[in-house]
Each structure stands twice: as C-alpha cells, then as structure tokens.
Design a protein around this ligand. Structure first.
Ligand code: AR6
Length: 176
C-alpha cells in the first residue's frame, strides 16, 4: 500500500455519523435542502446549517452544478459541511462525467484551503440524480486519487456508501 492508498478509506453507513473535519453533502442548486443525503444532513445538522446556506444563497444565488460551498456542520459530529451539487444524469452527453469530477475536485480544494485534514464523501449523484453507480464510483476514485496529490493538508478521505451495491462497487474500484 502506498501513501496515497493509505489516505483513502471505504465504509458502509450513514455519513451524518462520521466525525471527519468535513462531510460532503450532495445538495441541489438552491442549497435549501431536499431528500436523500441532503435531507439527512439538514435534519441531523439542525437549523444552523440551513441558516448559513441561506446566507450563501443571498450572496451568490445558490451553488452551480459542479461547484462547492462550505458551512458549519451545526449539531453533526463533523466540523463543516461542504455542499456540492452533482449533475442530473441525462444520458451521459451533457458533461455529466466532468461535472461529477468537478464536485470531487472542488470539495477537496475547498477542504484543503480551509486546512482540513479529513473529509467524507457520499456517492454524489447516484441517488435521486440517477448517475450510473459503477461509472460514478470510477470517476470518484480516480478524481480523488489525482487531486490528493495537490492537497497540502488533507490526510484522510473516506467514501461513505449507504447502500451495499455502491459499497461493493467501490471495493472493486479501490482494489484495482
Ligand atoms: N449517508 C450516506 N449516504 C447516503 C445517506 C446517508 N445518510 N442517505 C442517502 N445516501 P441522493 P443525489 C446516499 O439522492 O443523487 C436531494 O433531494 C444514497 O444512497 O442523496 O446527488 C438533493 O437536494 C446515494 O448513493 O443525492 C438533490 O435535489 C447517494 O447518497 C438531489 O437529492 C446520493 O443520493 C441530489 O441527488
């Protein structure tokens, strides 16, 4: 195992229970919450998370697809939530791959800029947004492996898979 592999971990579970410096939220352009992991993070984080999202919204009108913003984590065990907006799957010819990679890149960049040492990702876009899971897993792992080389502070990246299908796919990709 080289240094880089040692910095990437895989778990199956609920990201709201993870106590990394940052957890990433698969948000939408409004930043006002929703279903899936977004709903779970806002429920567990409480009103402080939404308040900061609303301030960002007032300032810059939400968050564009492929971009990321950072807020407090409120009552969550993590210190910060990085909200990123994954692409809605539209068949693959609408820059979905690049936009998904941008979510991972921008989240890592923001975490490193804040001198955070650990970050946990859900499987962005693979729920309500319908991105094919195997394709998303390859993009996530490849993007994180590459981006970590540019990060100064990040020591640990955890992929948190809620469902077993994603967990098995990530096991395969990480072992490649
Ligand atoms: N912990 C970790 N992963 C989770 C959790 C959890 N508690 N709950 C769900 N997942 P989704 P998207 C997984 O639908 O596809 C929202 O309404 C889930 O199994 O949450 O990016 C937003 O507001 C799946 O693998 O996000 C947007 O409108 C992954 O998280 C829209 O959904 C992502 O599924 C975003 O859709």
């Amino acid at each position: 195992m080289n240094d880089l592999t040692a910095r990437i971990e895989l778990v199956q579970g609920d990201i709201t229970r993870i106590s990394t410096d940052a957890i990433v939220n698969a948000a939408n352009n409004s930043l006002l919450g929703g279903g899936g992991v977004d709903g779970a993070i806002h429920r567990a984080g409480g009103p402080a998370v939404l308040e900061e999202c609303q301030k960002i919204r007032a300032r810059q009108g939400g968050c564009k697809t492929g971009e990321a913003v950072i807020t407090t984590a409120g009552m969550l065990p993590a210190k910060f939530v990085i909200h990123t907006v994954g692409p809605i799957w539209q068949g693959g010819s609408h820059h979905e791959d690049q936009l998904l990679a941008a979510c991972y890149n921008q989240s890592l960049k923001l975490a490193d800029q804040h001198q955070l040492t650990s970050i946990a990702f859900p499987n962005i876009s693979t729920g309500i947004y319908g991105f094919p899971k195997a394709r998303a897993a390859s993009i996530a792992v490849q993007t994180v492996r590459t981006a970590l080389q540019q990060c100064q502070f990040l020591q640990r990246v955890i992929f948190v898979c809620h469902d077993h299908e994603n967990y098995a796919l990530y096991q395969d990709v990480l072992n490649r």
